[in-house]
Design a protein around this ligand. Structure first.
Ligand SMILES: *Cc1c(COP(=O)(O)O)cnc(C)c1O
Length: 332
């Protein structure tokens, strides 16, 4: 394996801490729950995209690019962190956001503005097309755009999560912990592909369980082949000599609720539970859905008393401010 030779631009301090969530352990029959705090990556309010962007910016700078271009939903954490990373690296940033411009920008889109990104609005079905058109227009103006796919999920971004698994291995040794499962929110696939490949490389024996935010196993664009492709491309890039197949990915698709960025009781109750018991915040779109799902699995006895679960907090807390009304209504 060879990660050291890849260009990388430092964006945050690592390792991120691992905390024990004592309220779970004191709840009686449940497992011990640890939390890996990738919400605390130090750039621009934190989140999992930071690890991917270190390698993506490394390549952008290596290629002499001067502008980052990427896409996502209005409340995309990936877009907010790309805008922040661009500033740190002295690059310009254009964001293609699907949805209607809000009257009063809040949450991530407020931060996109503060980080000075240029925003192009589009419809969901035209998102990829708009992304490449914006890049093309920049090229025609003599700029050197670097296009980052949605979520930063390709074989470059995923290296960040292979590396994260190596980081976790060291922490597990130091803390003498051996989680039976790692649980996290999964959506565009780079995080899960990187973690699953990293688990093979390090020989981690536990389950790597992606809690789907919006992906399914069947349908038009089934998720397992996407995960497999990202992981295998990443394996080639870092010369890991590992071939992954669909059976290497555990995916729970039982908590999709009303759809992407449509949080409901599951999410808002998980947010309040963690806030009141641990003083830790989750985001309604990703981490609260994954945590709500994990709590339900614990309730159903899927994880048991003598097990240790590591919940990998992937960030997204700025989303909270965009759902303020619904938060308050749910808890009234
Ligand atoms: C993007 C994101 C995820 C999902 O990560 P993928 O690599 O896209 O699967 C999870 N949590 C948060 C907060 C995110 O912003």
């Amino acid at each position: 394996m060879n990660i050291e030779h890849l260009p990388r631009f430092s964006l945050a301090e690592f390792p991120t801490p691992i905390h024990t969530l004592s309220s779970f352990s004191s709840a009686g029959d449940g497992p011990t729950v640890l939390m890996k705090r990738d919400d605390l990556t130090s750039l621009g309010m934190g989140g999992n995209k930071t690890r991917k962007l270190e390698f993506l910016l490394g390549e952008a700078l290596d290629q002499g690019c001067d502008t980052l271009v990427t896409a996502g939903g209005i409340q995309s954490n990936h877009c907010r962190l790309t805008a922040a990373a661009a500033r740190k690296a002295g690059l310009k940033c254009h964001l293609v956001l699907n949805g209607t411009p809000p009257e009063a920008p809040n949450g991530n889109i407020l931060l996109d503005r503060i980080f000075g990104a240029e925003i192009h609005f589009c419809q969901r079905q035209n998102r990829d097309e708009t992304l490449y058109r914006v890049a093309e227009e920049l090229s025609q103006k003599g700029r050197r755009p670097y296009v980052i796919p949605v979520g930063g999920s390709n074989s470059i971004g995923a290296v960040g999560y292979v590396n994260a698994m190596l980081e976790l291995e060291t922490q597990m040794d130091q803390m003498k912990i051996t989680p039976d499962a790692i649980v996290f929110a999964t959506s565009s696939g780079g995080t899960q592909a990187g973690l699953a490949l990293g688990a093979k490389i390090t020989g981690f024996k536990g389950q790597i369980l992606g809690m789907s935010i919006d992906q399914t196993k069947t349908g038009n664009e089934p998720f397992p082949p996407i995960l497999t492709k990202i992981a295998n491309d990443t394996s080639l890039r870092i010369e890991a000599g590992i071939q992954m197949d669909e059976s290497d990915f555990s995916l729970n698709c039982d908590y999709l609720g009303a759809g992407y960025a449509m949080p409901g009781d599951l999410e808002f109750n998980a947010i309040r539970n963690l806030a009141l018991n641990e003083g830790i915040l989750l985001g309604p779109v990703y981490t609260a859905r994954a945590m709500g799902g994990m709590m339900d699995l614990i309730q159903k006895g899927y994880f048991t008393k003598h097990q240790t679960i590591l919940f990998w907090h992937t960030g997204g807390t700025p989303e909270l401010f965009a759902w303020a009304d619904q938060c308050c209504r749910t808890w009234k």
